[in-house]
Write a protein that binds this ligand. Structure first.
Ligand SMILES: Cc1cc2nc3c(=O)[nH]c(=O)nc-3n(C[C@H](O)[C@H](O)[C@H](O)COP(=O)(O)OP(=O)(O)OC[C@H]3O[C@@H](n4cnc5c(N)ncnc54)[C@H](O)[C@@H]3O)c2cc1C
Length: 391
């Protein structure tokens, strides 16, 4: 990969910096309408869905420009470019790749305008890692106008307040290979027969849920891709998820706050910033983030050549999981007993932020696929090793 930016890419970086200077006041100067004004302004610049085609309302930006935009936004600690997180990260790209023209017109503008929240209904109680074995059933009605959905999803992030769900169902059970017979549906969460039961995690958040489907009728025009070919849609969505998980700018941000914590902390009665082992850990974190950054550039290179991302994104997903755990646990250990206190605790450090992050490890470790599964993918599909469990 060529690390030098072209003149027009440099000019674009400057444009983003100028915009930020003009439109991003320091946090304490932001009024109650700041976020909605910000979202309107970045949308007017076509920076939401910036790399999506102009025909669907995106910015038509190049992949490199998209990377520049994200980097500058993260460096400036700017708010997100849109509030439809899953919509922007993988539902929208999935609809652009596999959707009909009607679906693009119907769903993409609302994602770009932050009008809808999407959630992802893949995992089931007995089928998480072994996702292709899902059992949620979708049956076509006799008149061919609807699918009737019955089954259960679990760990569905954002489901308690999501408007729509991208849902993986099984339309055929007598298949020779389990990856066949799977169909992807776009389902309105207000559909009768859809019930959401929030689950509380150990940090006290209720951001994911069990979602039950009982004779929920979904119009056939809400099928994404062909019937029985939902696995393809999912594989591309998961690669998008793992590639977005691979973004490093927010890890640099986290490292900055960790450095700040070190400067405020003591070790053995001395400033922690003078302690050799503490300094070494910080350097180690920085080196690991850099490794992730340069590995991420391999993905960029592949995309620039017009090749879709697949198994390789598991490398950064795996790397990030252990790195984030190490950083959070390091912050908790550095703060002593007070580091364990959540928000509201008498001595909570940084309003309990580190304790909460440390307890929230399943987000980065399990969400999007467990480390064992990532290792299997790397071993089998990248390194060409025999399948796990084979002699
Ligand atoms: C914070 C969070 C958010 C999530 N958000 C969503 C969401 O929005 N939508 C959604 O659909 N799902 C979501 N999930 C679910 C997540 O994708 C699954 O939990 C994950 O894929 C693991 O599946 P499982 O829980 O069924 O565990 P299992 O698959 O039962 O795994 C249990 C253990 O067995 C190991 N294991 C399983 N199979 C193998 C194998 N073949 N080889 C080696 N080891 C194996 C696993 O690594 C793990 O350690 C979320 C999970 C979390 C924690």
């Amino acid at each position: 990969m060529d690390f030098e930016l072209s003149a027009s890419e440099e000019a674009f970086r400057q444009e983003v910096r100028d915009f930020l200077k003009e439109n991003l006041p320091p946090p304490r100067e932001r009024g109650p309408n700041f976020l909605s004004e910000w979202l309107t302004k970045v949308r007017a610049k076509r920076w939401v869905g910036f790399s999506w085609p102009k025909e669907v309302g995106g910015g038509g930006g190049s992949i490199i420009e998209q990377a520049i935009l994200k980097e500058e936004m993260a460096l400036a600690k700017a708010p997100p470019l849109g509030m439809s997180m899953m919509g922007l990260a993988w539902v929208g790209p999935g609809i652009i790749q596999y959707g009909t023209d009607e679906q693009k017109q119907r769903f993409i503008p609302d994602i770009l305008d932050s009008k809808v929240t999407w959630c992802t209904g893949y995992s089931e109680p007995n089928h998480g890692s072994d996702l292709a074995a899902i059992q949620t059933k979708a049956e076509l009605t006799a008149d061919g106008k609807h699918y009737v959905v019955n089954g259960q999803k679990i760990w569905t992030s954002l489901a308690p307040w999501a408007d729509w769900i991208i849902l993986l169902t099984r339309t055929q059970f007598d298949v020779d290979v389990k990856h066949k017979g799977i169909t992807c549906l776009l389902v309105d969460m207000k559909t009768p027969g859809v019930e959401v039961r929030p689950i509380e995690n150990m940090a006290g958040d209720r951001h994911f849920a069990e979602v039950f489907f009982t004779n929920a009728k979904v119009p056939v025009e809400n099928r994404l891709g062909k019937e029985g070919e939902g696995w393809m849609v999912t594989v591309s969505a998961l690669a998008n998820e793992r590639s977005s998980i691979g973004e490093v700018t927010q890890l640099y941000d986290k490292l900055d706050t960790l450095r700040d914590l070190v400067k405020r902390s003591k070790k053995n009665g001395q400033p922690a910033s003078n302690d050799q082992s503490t300094r070494r850990r910080i350097a180690e974190f920085e080196a690991k983030i850099a490794a992730m950054k340069y590995n991420g550039m391999r993905y960029l290179t592949k995309q620039l050549k017009g090749e879709p991302l697949s198994s390789e994104t598991s490398v950064n997903k795996l790397h990030r999981a252990s790195l984030e755990i190490d950083m959070d646990d390091f912050a908790v250990a550095l703060s002593g007993a007070a580091g364990l206190e959540l928000a509201g605790g008498a001595e909570a450090v940084d309003k309990g932020k580190w304790a909460k992050a440390s307890l929230g490890w399943p987000n980065v470790v399990i969400g999007g696929g467990t480390p064992n599964i990532q290792r299997n993918i790397i071993a089998e599909r990248i390194l060409g090793l025999p399948k796990d469990g084979s002699d």
